[in-house]
Structures are given as C-alpha cells and as structure tokens.
Design a binder for this molecule. Structure first.
Ligand SMILES: NC(=O)c1ccc[n+]([C@@H]2O[C@H](COP(=O)([O-])OP(=O)(O)OC[C@H]3O[C@@H](n4cnc5c(N)ncnc54)[C@H](OP(=O)(O)O)[C@@H]3O)[C@@H](O)[C@H]2O)c1
Length: 312
C-alpha cells in the first residue's frame, strides 16, 4: 500500500509548517491549503512558495467557499489541520467545523487529524474558566467528527518545548530568566515537553498506522517527562549559574489572573493544570489511546538539554 496523500490545512502556522516539512520528509505527496484570504500577507505567501519548492502542491481553497474545500479534500487521503488555537496569537478552532462538513461531503478521507496538539481535551472537563474554552471548543470539533463518522486520530502533544522549556516555564516570556525563577508549588509535578519538530514527526508517522485509527496518540517521550525543578537544574548545569528560586503558591498564582486580559487568564489556567495538578501525566493511557514513543521507537527525539543549548 502506498503512502497516503496528505492535505495540511493551516500549513503556514507555527506547528503547521513543521508538519508540512515532516510530511515531505516521510515521503508523502503533500498538499497545502492556500487561502485567498491571506491577501497581501507576503510572509505567508513566501512560506507557501518555499513549500512548493520543497515538493509540496499548493491547493487554493477558502473557508468561505464550501465547494472549494470539498474539492481540495477530494484530492487526498488524509487531512491534518493545524488551525490556530493559542489565545495570545489567534484562536479559530471552530472554523474547523466547515472543514468537517467538507470532509463529510467528500467522503474519501481515510484519516482526519484536527487541530489539537496539546492537553487531551477529553480529560479537561474540570478545567477552570476561562481557559476551559480551549478544551470545550476542541471537544465540539471532536463531536462533529465523530457524528459525521470521519476516521480520526487526535494528537495530544503535551507541552511544545518552545513555549515551556527555554523560559523554564515562566509565563509571558519565551527566553531564559537571568536571575530568578518562580517555581510552581513544590515544582515536582511531572510535565511532558516535546520538540515541535518531533511533534510533527510523530503526527505524520501515525496517519497510515492502523493502531491509531480512531484513537488518541499521546506524546510521552520518556526522557522528556520532567519536573519544573529538573528543567531548572538542566539549565543551571548548562550555564554553570544558579538562579534564585521563589515559590509561587497555587492560590497566589490563580489570584494573579485578576486584571489580566483573556489571553493571560487562559494561560494561567492552563499552567495551573499542568504545573500544580500534573494533568499531563496523572493518568494511564487506556484503550482509547496509544503512546507515540512506544509505537515509533525509531524516532530519535530531542532531549530537553539539547533543546536548551539553542538558548545559551
Ligand atoms: N501543546 C502546546 O504547547 C501548544 C502550543 C501552541 C499551540 N498548540 C496547539 O496547536 C494548534 C495550532 O496552533 P499554532 O500556534 O500552530 O497556530 P497558528 O500558528 O497561530 O495558526 C495556524 C494557522 O491557522 C490558520 N488560521 C488562522 N485563522 C484562520 C481563519 N480564520 N481561517 C482559516 N485559517 C485560519 C492559518 O493557516 P494558513 O496557513 O492557511 O494561513 C494559520 O497559519 C492549536 O490547536 C493549538 O492549541 C499547542
């Protein structure tokens, strides 16, 4: 059986462009949606052209034109959607419902991977407001997929390294703290960090794999399951400098939401579940899921000390 043809929707985005790269690297005929709405966004256009140079095919279609989406979907076997879903960037998760309608009508798709790539929304029913919106919207998309009987895989990628690792998991910055670092509670909850390129590699590995049909693929590369304290230790070992550490108590952390904008409040909520509750690692994967590094042990995933070296 040949490799599936893949359409990436949202291909110029942060995780999307890595998924396009991984599709090409793994030898899939790769199609990337090109939306007329990008208009004069020359950066996006350049990214799309660079995909074409690397062997991808650009497919014009618009979320405002149902038939164009159906026609795009009909050209491939698998659709991977990386629609935006980060409040401080752009958040359009429900736009995917139009894609679900198109996939349903086209009727040829063997696997759909909606834009997830984070915590498992099915396990976040208890999430605090307003951060719960992320999970609720992703569940709305899941419901539509399952109602339409579209074969799926959901990818629970845990923490993208770039957002959580170099900053030693400090909010509102992406670069390493220079002098002091806030530790969430005792700093000992197990968190799972994944290099974004590895997120893409595992995601593409799974699309033709019958073991992940209608399941959730959890990314839990063993050596990247670390506490915040272990992460701070890693950075201190690399720099040879010790940072001042101060404890951020859970109630103070939650109280810090007051006066923040929506994006800030969502961020605090998500960090709370990850760093105080341990929501990424406090469950066993059951029948509904598979673990990526076990399914694909051949992937040489990036360890977080190597990831951190980029920031020295
Ligand atoms: N686990 C983590 O740590 C983590 C971190 C960040 C994100 N995520 C998740 O990863 C997923 C993707 O996030 P991202 O940050 O990669 O997204 P992003 O870069 O902000 O955006 C991805 C793409 O969404 C498309 N898009 C945005 N608004 C649109 C609209 N109105 N209509 C049609 N397309 C639109 C654009 O596609 P075009 O290429 O067509 O312009 C854009 O490039 C989300 O589900 C998010 O929750 C997880």
């Amino acid at each position: 059986m040949g490799k599936s043809k893949v359409l990436v929707v949202g291909g110029t985005g942060y995780i999307g462009r890595r998924i396009v790269k991984a599709c090409l690297a793994q030898g899939h005929a790769t199609y990337v949606l090109q939306r007329p709405e990008i208009g004069l966004d020359i950066d996006k256009l350049q990214v799309l052209l660079s995909f074409k140079e690397q062997g991808a095919r650009l497919v014009e279609a618009s979320f405002s034109d149902h038939q164009s989406l159906v026609d795009a979907v009909k050209q491939v076997d698998v659709v991977i959607c990386t629609m935006s879903g980060v409040h401080f960037r752009s958040h359009n998760i429900l736009v995917q419902l139009k894609l679900v309608d198109a996939i349903k009508e086209a009727g040829n798709i063997k696997r759909f991977l909606p834009s997830e790539f984070g915590m498992d929304p099915a396990r976040m029913g208890h999430a605090i407001e307003p951060g719960n919106v992320t999970f609720e919207l992703k569940m709305t998309v899941r419901d539509a997929i399952e109602k339409a009987k579209i074969p799926f895989t959901y990818v629970s990628a845990n923490c993208f390294a770039g957002y959580f690792v170099p900053n030693l998991s400090q909010l509102a910055t992406l670069i390493p703290p220079k002098d002091k670092v806030g530790i969430y509670g005792d700093g000992n909850q197990k968190v799972i960090f994944v290099d974004e390129a590895d997120v893409a590699t595992y995601t593409v590995k799974t699309i033709d794999d019958p073991r992940t049909l209608n399941k959730t693929l959890y990314l839990r590369p063993k050596e990247n399951i670390l506490t915040q304290r272990q992460l701070v230790d890693m950075w201190e070992n690399l720099t040879g400098r010790t940072l001042d550490k101060y404890t951020i108590f859970a109630q103070d952390f939650l109280a810090s939401m007051k006066g923040m904008d929506l994006a800030g409040q969502v961020g605090v909520g998500h960090f709370y579940h990850i760093f105080y509750e341990g929501c990424l690692s406090n469950f066993e994967i059951g029948e509904e899921g598979e673990e990526a590094s076990e399914l694909y042990p051949e992937v040489q995933y990036t360890r977080m000390d190597a990831y951190l070296k980029r920031y020295l």
